[in-house]
Design a protein around this ligand. Structure first.
Ligand code: ZN
Ligand code: MN
Length: 132
């Protein structure tokens, strides 16, 4: 049945994401999930990622690099985009939620929230050339 197959594919996408800490793009998800599901299309992967993000089961990250990244960890946390290799890394840092209040203090309208991401170079890309 189509509905069941659909759901199984969605589960395999979710399972794959849960094993990854590097916030893969839809294409990376597709390249991996198709090993177990050779008939799956990139469009199906993208549709399922969108469904999962809309239902709050995963997070969709817009890091300003033109592609969406996906995260199975839906707890509030911050991210850094490596501008060299394109990887997205979790940042363990204190909440900066209070900047919404800072903005609200200088704005007569309503400030509902903010979106923050960091960019730089990841540990691997910061290593000097030639070192392992
Ligand atoms: Zn990097
Ligand atoms: Mn994350």
């Amino acid at each position: 049945m189509a509905a069941r197959k659909y759901s199984r594919q969605r589960e395999s996408i979710k399972d794959f994401l849960a094993t990854r800490k590097d916030h893969p793009t839809a294409d990376m998800v597709y390249q991996n999930v198709r090993r177990q599901n050779p008939n799956i299309s990139l469009g199906t992967v993208y549709r399922n990622l969108t469904l999962l993000a809309e239902s709050g089961e995963i997070n969709r990250l817009n890091m300003g690099d033109g592609v969406d990244h996906f995260d199975a960890d839906t707890s509030p946390h911050y991210h850094l985009l490596c501008t060299k290799c394109g990887k997205v890394v979790d940042l363990e840092m204190e909440s900066i939620e209070s900047i919404t209040d800072t903005a609200a203090a200088v704005f007569d309208g309503h400030v509902a929230g903010h979106v923050t991401y960091f960019y730089g170079t990841c540990c691997e890309c910061t290593k000097p050339e030639g070192l392992p």
